[in-house]
Design a binder for this molecule. Structure first.
Ligand SMILES: Cc1ncc(COP(=O)(O)O)c(C=O)c1O
Length: 404
């Protein structure tokens, strides 16, 4: 018998159409360089640099000791879902029951499921740009077409007029992120109400990503508090990743109208079944124990605020960089177009795009940044300030030399 010839597996067009997460790729590159002993400073990180608060870790220890190590209910344990429903109701004034909540493996899975339950091939998903890149790739995975709506600095907010102009008979959903990654923009209740007014007469869903809601230096607007009458077509996405420094635990949630959440739950039953049982117990503890845990989070937010002020001052001192001060999350998103075409640093290198600038900064200064191209906004760059003040200052000093 002859040996069968080697045949190459053909990947689906859907898979080939997906772009890998640029920020995760950069993060991986930074980690590899660091592991190889290079003194890398990363402004690329998308997670708090603080440890998960100790009482939450202890709750996970207890969960293991109590043998909470088996499958849970699909969609998550009722205790956790009840806490999420209560918290969402408290924030918005709209009543929610626990069966309107599914716990997911990170907010990312919640967003993925939302796109899958909402979109048909050919539907349009509106994304205010700049946007977190997974929104676009997940919409594509659901067969939808991405319709970016450009916003502009320094506010970076979607305007009701721009929203209205992009609505078509195919528009299926608007994905709104507040506080925003990458701009740090935080919408007020009044701004959200004005956007909701535009949607009121149209048949589309709002998917509102509030994963950074706990990390804000101004009061955070809440979509459903501003527009309770849109509750029957609003999906709220949130989780513990950023608020409680729990990115690696993988726990998020999706809250939405009951009949659609049943479908979302059915989908999750074939996808991941549920997030880790241990993680669910830890998250339940985090949500139950407001006073102690929230005080730790407040401290974290205070530290982020000091770093924000330091990085805005440091970047603003570089000629050619325009860095507005954001109100939330832990990113700044300066305009770097003023650097293009100039001779930069000791070697006089010239760059003509944000992607080239990020590559140059990694080579020349061993500093990681995420180019605006990764957010559908060339000409800008994202700097995370989820790193220690010492590292931040050393990084800014290196940038000032490399961009002189
Ligand atoms: C805007 C936004 N939404 C969702 C997520 C995903 O969060 P999680 O780690 O809980 O999946 C991130 C993570 O970077 C994010 O920036």
């Amino acid at each position: 018998m002859g040996v069968a010839p080697n045949r190459r597996i053909r990947a689906s067009a859907r898979a080939q159409n997906i772009e890998a997460s640029a920020s995760m790729a950069l993060d991986a590159r930074a980690k590899a360089l660091k592991a190889a002993g290079q003194p890398i400073i990363s402004f690329g990180v998308g997670e708090p640099d603080f440890p998960t608060p100790a009482p939450i870790k202890q709750a996970a220890d207890r969960a293991m000791a109590d043998d909470a190590t088996h499958y849970t209910t699909v969609s998550g344990e009722p205790a956790l879902r009840k806490l999420v429903a209560e918290r969402t109701a408290e924030m918005t004034g709209v009543p929610f029951s626990w069966n309107q909540v599914i716990a997911t493996s990170g907010a990312k899975e919640a967003l993925y499921i939302a796109m899958q339950v909402l979109c048909e091939a050919g539907d349009e998903v509106l994304l205010p740009a700049p946007y977190w890149v997974s929104y676009a790739e997940q919409a594509k995975m659901a067969g939808a077409t991405v319709v970016p709506i450009e916003s502009s600095p320094p506010g970076w907010k979607l305007s009701p007029d721009d929203l209205r102009r992009h609505l078509t008979s195919r528009t299926r959903a608007l994905v709104l992120c507040t506080p925003n990654n990458p701009t740090g923009a935080v919408y007020s209740d009044a701004e959200l109400a004005a956007l909701a007014e535009v949607l009121a007469d149209h048949d589309l869903a709002a998917v509102v990503d509030e994963i950074y809601a706990r990390i804000s230096y101004v009061p955070v607007g809440r979509w459903l508090r501003a527009a309770p009458r849109l509750a029957d077509r609003t999906f709220i996405v949130d989780g513990v990743s950023k608020a409680y420094a729990m990115t690696g635990w993988r726990l998020g949630w999706l809250v939405g109208p009951p009949e659609v959440m049943e479908l979302a739950s059915a989908m999750q039953s074939h996808l991941t079944s549920h997030p880790s049982s241990i993680t669910q117990r830890a998250a339940t503890f985090a949500l139950e124990n407001h006073a102690t845990i929230e005080a730790t989070v407040d401290e974290m937010v205070g530290t982020f605020r000091e770093r924000r002020d330091a990085i805005v001052a440091g970047l603003s001192a570089i000629p050619g960089v325009d860095c507005p001060q954001p109100d939330g999350a832990f990113y700044v998103f300066p305009d770097v177009r003023g650097l293009f075409g100039r001779r930069l640093g000791p070697k006089g290198r010239v760059v003509s795009s944000s992607a080239e600038l990020s590559a140059y900064l990694l080579d020349e200064a061993l500093v990681v940044t995420v180019p605006g191209e990764a957010f559908g906004m060339p000409g800008f760059a994202r700097f995370s300030y989820a790193l220690s003040m010492d590292q931040l200052q050393e990084g800014v000093a290196r940038l000032q030399t490399a961009l002189r």
